[in-house]
Design a protein around this ligand. Structure first.
Ligand code: 26V
Length: 825
């Protein structure tokens, strides 16, 4: 497009946007002007984005005739999208236009942006990774669909009452969903239960007992550097039948509409509490619902574009974000066999070519299995197909490893120990042409431990693709001042190619750069300090070191180790007010945030302990405000966007070998925070990229963890040899921080002493030393900022643009999938 034409198009988009805004606002009956403006701006952006969407689809359909150009279908139960307005405005180049328009209406842009609720349709890293991928799909122009569920109440909103977590429904759609584009034409019937029999032509026929409708809602994700977009298509369930009129007429209203409610329940929350049978069954139905609706959509599009089914895998890749959508191979087989009449071999070849799977955790308890009984009741035809896949798979294993019954048992799709269960990871692996882990160490441990048998069977199938984050949201938008500085230093190309940050390393020693970085950090810290004061009434010193630990609360992530250090520091400050070396104490503000799963008792205790310790420390006048501990409630994408740019020290302290990758670690480093971390997940690759001397690394390595456990780890002997640690544990255990209920943490601490599964005590001393190294460096602000510059400079590899490009090359490309060697491995 010529420059003149582009500027006219821009002008007309701007005019159109303003016209729509005026019209929306005139129609608005919203009492709150900021929310009315938000709604209007979102609708106006949506209109422009939907034009881009239509153009993108037309391009993809045209390109679709090229067999090398495959559409990617990313199936995920979670997408942690966060807010959308700032991203849309940046992509449409309308930020200043809206700012001006709002000023004319006596409103400011920041207030309007903050009025938007987060689309928090996820739990943690896996969901945010999916959202970053959509951003990179758009930026790279990859023909693609993200598929998810449109949860009405997200996961849950975390509130704190008397220091305890309470969960509330997250009513994020309360004011409507102005970003959604409803697709009334997209409606599929999804069956559950019923019976399976002969179809009279040698095939099988499934007669479901219950049918729900899946209707599609599109959320458009724009690129910044082109007019391409990607799509998040979310399914909403509703009953396929209207109310039972006869019952209604008899006044039995609830019974008349029971099935409406049951269908609607599929949309309510992500991760219904799995401590009840009803909760588990609902979850399995949600997974099946996502898979069946998404594949129905994919097949319809493929047939529409190509008119025949045989080429499906040439044009379509289907990716499983963890095992949650691992029913997909069974459903695809069902469609190909029962609806399209393909032979088993032809159907299996297509399935194997199309499907790939990412594993996101090594925690054995997180490996999904479903009781056969439940599976059969809800998905009888799928279970038949899984049995057949298993039969053929085990035959092949027996042929290769005759007599190895242990192997057969371990790699069967059915767990026969105790109540029979379907192993979803086994299904995903057997049906995939590629299985990947998300950081080098994780991918290695995956094939050495949880999937060792499968790696022996299919060595070529397992690869690594290290995670990333999108630098658009995680630098450009959340830290605009830093983005501007980076533009001045290395040019603006880093926004699309993060490797262009590299030259920053050579300038790290420049006083002017250090000074500029320090100034930006200080402004961001002041803003966060003001938020904390306003929200929690805790005043913190913006010149203190902001030491931040934000992520899901889990024992392996070791928030408790962080608390042990806080208490140790507290005790030392009281015992030696002048500091260990007489130089006084570096002022610190320790910030923790994260949600604990509702049924996870220990995680909830850690939240409570944080509050109890914080209450005591923050009120202790003897510290002169030089140590504060703050828990920020309801952690999510928007809160992260506030916290991360204001962080000096990023806590990435999981037990080595437990954190698959981490992506928070990358967001902090991109924003110039230094990392205190273990040799785990992507920390390792980050340290190697920036130079390990730029990270505060501590603790046992993964192989030492294994060795120590094999030798027999005795937490009590560690405590016996460390007076500082003993004093910390005693204080917590005897109730120094919970005087109203002195026994409150007795069980938590006894648990550590008896079975310190995540080696908090073994790593404690080294952690405290690493914290001292951080203190020392912080006393020299220029040296600290030089290290921050080198940290940022090393982050080039950790953009999802690189991650997604690797998936395209080694997982999703048709060349690989078509190669027969990959099929026979
Ligand atoms: C799910 C749930 C659901 C609610 C109950 C508690 C619970 C615990 C674990 C899981 C599985 C979470 C899988 C996950 O989010 N993994 C994360 O994936 C990130 C992206 O690859 C990665 O960076 C993180 O290291 C990994 O923990």
């Amino acid at each position: 497009m010529s420059l003149a034409k582009r500027s006219t198009t821009k002008q007309s988009a701007k005019r159109e946007f303003l016209l729509m805004l005026d019209r929306q606002l005139a129609q608005s009956s919203h009492g709150d002007p900021a929310r009315a403006a938000l709604h209007g701006a979102a609708l106006a952006c949506r209109e422009l984005l939907s034009q881009r969407w239509a153009r993108t689809q037309a391009e993809d359909a045209a390109r679709g005739r090229d067999a090398r150009c495959r559409r990617v279908h990313y199936l995920s139960m979670e997408f942690l999208m966060g807010r959308a307005l700032r991203n849309a405005l940046a992509a449409l180049d309308l930020t200043d236009t809206l700012r001006q328009w709002l000023a004319d209406h006596r409103l400011d842009l920041a207030t309007v942006i903050e009025a938007e609720p987060d689309a928090a349709l996820g739990n943690g890293g896996l969901g945010r990774l999916a959202a970053c991928f959509l951003d990179s799909f758009a930026e790279l122009g990859l023909p693609s669909f993200g598929y998810g569920i449109r949860y009405r109440f997200g996961m849950f909103a975390q509130a704190i009452q008397d220091g305890r977590q309470v969960e509330r429904a997250d009513d994020w759609m309360r004011d409507g969903t102005p970003w959604d584009i409803q697709r009334p034409a997209l409606s599929f019937r999804i069956g559950f239960g019923g019976t399976v029999g002969e179809d009279g032509q040698g095939g099988r026929h499934w007669q479901p007992a219950e049918v729900v409708l899946a209707s599609g809602h599109d959320f458009v994700v724009p690129a910044v550097s082109s007019e391409r977009v990607s799509t998040l298509r979310q399914w909403q369930a509703s009953a396929a039948r209207p109310i039972d009129f006869a019952r209604f007429a008899q006044g039995e209203y609830l019974a008349a509409g029971q099935h409406l409610l049951e269908a609607d329940a599929l949309n309510w929350v992500l991760y219904p509490d799995d401590s009840t049978e009803a909760g588990r069954e609902l979850r399995l139905k949600q997974e099946a619902f996502l898979v069946c609706a998404s594949l129905a959509d994919l097949l319809a599009r493929h047939l529409d574009e190509h008119g025949e089914i045989e080429s499906l895998a040439h044009y379509n890749a289907i990716h499983l974000n963890d095992t949650h959508p691992a029913l997909a191979p069974a459903e695809l087989m069902r469609l190909l066999l029962d609806q399209h009449g393909l032979s088993w071999d032809a159907a299996w070849q297509i399935t194997r070519q199309a499907i790939s799977y990412t594993n996101h955790t090594l925690m054995p308890e997180a490996l999904e299995t479903w009781p056969l009984r439940m599976f059969e009741r809800l998905l009888p035809r799928h279970l038949e197909i899984i049995f057949e896949i298993n039969h053929r798979h085990l035959e092949a294993v027996r042929a290769r490893f005759p007599g190895d019954t242990g192997l057969i048992e371990r790699c069967s799709l059915i767990d026969e120990r105790g109540e029979r269960r379907v192993r979803m990871a086994a299904l995903a692996i057997v049906a995939s042409q590629r299985v990947n882990g998300v950081a080098e160490l994780h991918s290695k441990l995956m094939v050495d431990t949880i999937f060792a048998d499968f790696a022996r069977l299919f060595p070529q199938r397992f690869i690594n693709v290290t995670n990333g984050v999108t630098p658009r949201r995680w630098v450009m938008q959340c830290n605009p001042e830093l983005a501007k500085l980076l533009d001045q230093e290395v040019g603006s190309g880093w926004r699309r190619d993060a490797r262009q940050l590299r030259p920053l390393a050579a300038r790290a020693e420049r006083g002017s750069l250090q000074h500029a970085l320090a100034g930006i950090k200080r402004t961001n810290k002041q803003r966060l300090a003001a938020d904390i004061e306003a929200q929690l009434g805790i005043s913190i010193d913006p010149d203190s070191m902001f030491d931040v630990h934000v992520k899901r609360i889990h024992e392996y992530k070791r928030q408790l180790l962080n608390l042990l250090h806080v208490v140790a520091r507290y005790q030392s400050m009281l015992a030696h007010p002048e500091g260990a070396d007489g130089k006084g104490w570096v002022a610190r503000t320790v910030i923790i945030a994260g949600k604990a799963a509702s049924a996870y008792h220990t995680a909830k205790q850690i939240v409570q302990l944080t509050h109890d310790i914080g209450r005591r420390i923050n009120a202790d006048a003897r510290l002169n405000g030089r140590l504060k501990l703050v828990f920020l409630p309801n952690y999510g994408v928007s809160l992260a966007e506030r916290i991360i740019p204001a962080t000096d020290l990023s806590e990435q302290i999981s037990t080595a070998g437990t954190e698959a990758s981490g992506t928070g670690n990358m967001k902090f480093a991109f924003n110039g925070a230094l990392t205190i971390g273990t040799w785990d997940g992507a920390n390792i690759e980050m340290a190697e990229a920036m130079g390990v001397e730029n990270m505060f690394v501590f603790g046992l390595r993964a192989e030492q963890v294994i060795e120590l456990k094999q030798l027999g780890y005795d937490p009590r002997s560690v405590v016996a040899n460390n007076a500082q640690l003993r004093a910390v544990l005693d204080a917590i255990s005897r109730g120094d921080f919970s005087p109203g209920e002195p026994q409150r943490y007795r069980g938590l601490i006894d648990g550590l002493l008896q079975n310190d599964r995540y080696l908090l005590l073994a790593d404690f001393a080294d952690y405290v030393q690493a914290q001292q190294r951080a203190d020392q460096l912080f006393r020299d602000p220029n040296a600290w900022q030089a290290q921050a510059a080198r940290t940022i400079a090393g982050m080039g590899r950790f953009s999802t643009d690189r991650t997604v490009a690797e998936y395209v090359d080694s997982v999703w490309s048709v060349q690989r999938a078509a190669g027969s060697s990959t099929l026979s491995d």
